[in-house]
Design a protein around this ligand. Structure first.
Ligand code: SF4
Ligand code: SF4
Length: 193
C-alpha cells in the first residue's frame, strides 16, 4: 500500500485479490478518515469475474464520499448483481407465469411466484403487468426453500458491498425491508449509520 498525493494506491493481482476484498473495511476507514481516494492498480488480468466486479465497485464506493450517493451506488450495484445472476441462471424458471417452486407444489400452486401470497393479502401492490415497479433489495436477497436447497442463496456475508460497508442495524434493514422501495431503505441506512 502506497499513499501518494491524497491517494491510497494498492497493487492487485490474482493471488492477492481475496486479501484485498477482505481488507475493504481497513481501506474504507483510512480513506474516509483522511479524505483519500483509493486506486487499485491491476498488475495482471483478473481471472475471476465476480471478484473483479466487487473490487472495482469497492473502489468506486470508497471514492464516493457523499454518504447518500455511496449508499445509493451500493444499493443499485447489489441489485444489479443479483438481477444478472437470476437472469443468467434462470433460477425461478417461470413457465406460464408459474415459477418452479409453485409448479412443484400443486396444492398451493399459483401465478407470480413469491410476489403473490394469500397470507399477505394476495398480489403485491408493487407488481404491475408482471413487473415489479420498485427495486426492493430485500426481495432480491430472498431465496425460497426450493432455491436454498439448491444453494441459491445471496447471503449478505458473501456480498462485500454489504458485508464491509454496513453495521448490524443497517444490515437488518437491507435484509428485512421487504416490499419497500430504495428511498425507504436508503433513509434507514443513513439514519442508522
Ligand atoms: S424465489 Fe422461489 S417462490 Fe419465489 S419466484 Fe423464485 S422459485 Fe418461486
Ligand atoms: S416488492 Fe417484492 S414482492 Fe412486491 S412485486 Fe416487487 S419483488 Fe415482488
Amino acid at each position: 500500500m502506497v499513499v501518494k498525493e491524497n491517494k491510497v494506491i494498492i497493487d492487485v493481482n490474482n493471488k492477492n485479490i481475496n486479501k484485498i476484498i477482505k481488507s475493504t473495511k481497513k481501506f474504507l476507514k483510512i480513506c474516509d478518515k483522511n479524505n483519500y481516494k483509493l486506486k487499485f492498480n491491476y498488475l495482471e488480468d483478473i481471472n475471476n469475474i465476480d471478484k473483479l466486479f466487487w473490487v472495482k465497485n469497492i473502489e468506486k464506493a470508497i471514492n464516493t464520499k457523499n454518504i447518500e450517493k455511496r449508499y445509493s451506488f451500493i444499493y443499485d450495484n447489489v441489485c444489479e448483481y443479483i438481477d444478472k445472476k437470476y437472469q443468467k441462471c434462470n433460477y425461478c424458471d417461470f413457465k406460464d407465469d408459474i415459477c418452479v417452486f409453485f409448479r412443484n407444489n400443486k396444492d398451493i400452486c399459483h401465478e407470480n411466484g413469491c410476489c403473490y401470497s394469500d397470507s399477505r393479502g394476495g398480489l403485491c401492490k408493487n407488481l404491475v403487468n408482471n413487473s415489479c415497479q420498485i427495486k426492493s433489495i430485500s426481495c432480491k436477497l430472498y431465496s425460497c426453500e426450493y432455491l436454498r436447497k439448491r444453494k441459491v442463496n445471496f447471503r449478505m456475508k458473501n456480498i462485500p458491498l454489504i458485508k464491509y460497508f454496513f453495521n448490524i442495524k443497517q444490515k437488518y434493514y437491507i435484509k428485512y425491508s421487504f416490499f419497500k422501495d430504495k428511498d425507504y431503505v436508503i433513509n434507514k441506512l443513513i439514519s442508522n449509520k
